[in-house]
Design a protein around this ligand. Structure first.
Ligand SMILES: [Fe+2]
Ligand SMILES: [Fe+2]
Length: 182
């Protein structure tokens, strides 16, 4: 297996979540109140899975190793674009988190008007990012790696994933303890 195998597999779950967000957009467009509990779960999915787990393996392992290779000018340009898109994705998810909480607190007189464009943007933005990786970047750049290098990356991916659940819940305890001391 190549290191892009697990990453492409993760793209499929991100797409499934995006389809659920699209469905939520249609419900709100039809007049339903936004489902704040689901949108909170979607935000957690994008933060913990799409960003920390998935983009984490891309940036901290695959892209780090690619940066050591003699990439073509086009490959280097796309790599920079992908990293920039991860930054944009984080900002968008943060805006959705805030808009969703404003809706839940009923602070916004027309909550859907704030939230809907952000959700639509997320559903338009991520599939383009995923397609860029799946169809235009991942396969060609694998030529830079030997079998040994690919296996080392796959092993590092496993260790990266293994740490995540511990990292996530240690942060829950640390953050709460810090808040109580403040
Ligand atoms: Fe990515
Ligand atoms: Fe990706």
């Amino acid at each position: 297996m190549q290191p892009i195998g697990p990453l492409m597999h993760e793209h499929r779950l991100i797409e499934r979540l995006l389809h659920l967000v699209e469905r939520e957009v249609r419900e709100v467009e039809a007049g339903s109140r936004p489902d704040s509990a689901f949108l909170d779960q979607a935000v957690d999915f994008f933060r913990s899975y799409a960003d920390r787990c998935h983009h984490g393996k891309e940036e901290d392992i695959l892209f780090r190793e690619l940066a050591k290779k003699p990439l073509s000018a086009d490959e280097k340009r796309v790599l920079d674009e992908l990293v920039d898109e991860h930054v944009q994705g984080r900002a968008l998810v943060r805006a959705i988190f805030e808009a969703n909480h404003a809706v839940a607190r009923c602070e916004n007189a027309a909550p859907a008007e704030t939230l809907l464009p952000l959700l639509r943007k997320l559903c338009a933005f991520y599939p383009v990012h995923i397609a860029k990786e799946d169809k235009h970047f991942f396969f060609p750049v694998m030529r830079h790696f030997s079998r040994v290098e690919m296996d080392a990356m796959l092993k590092e991916f496993e260790e990266f994933d293994r740490q995540l659940v511990h990292e996530k819940y240690a942060a829950v305890v640390n953050d709460r303890e810090a808040a109580l001391k403040a």
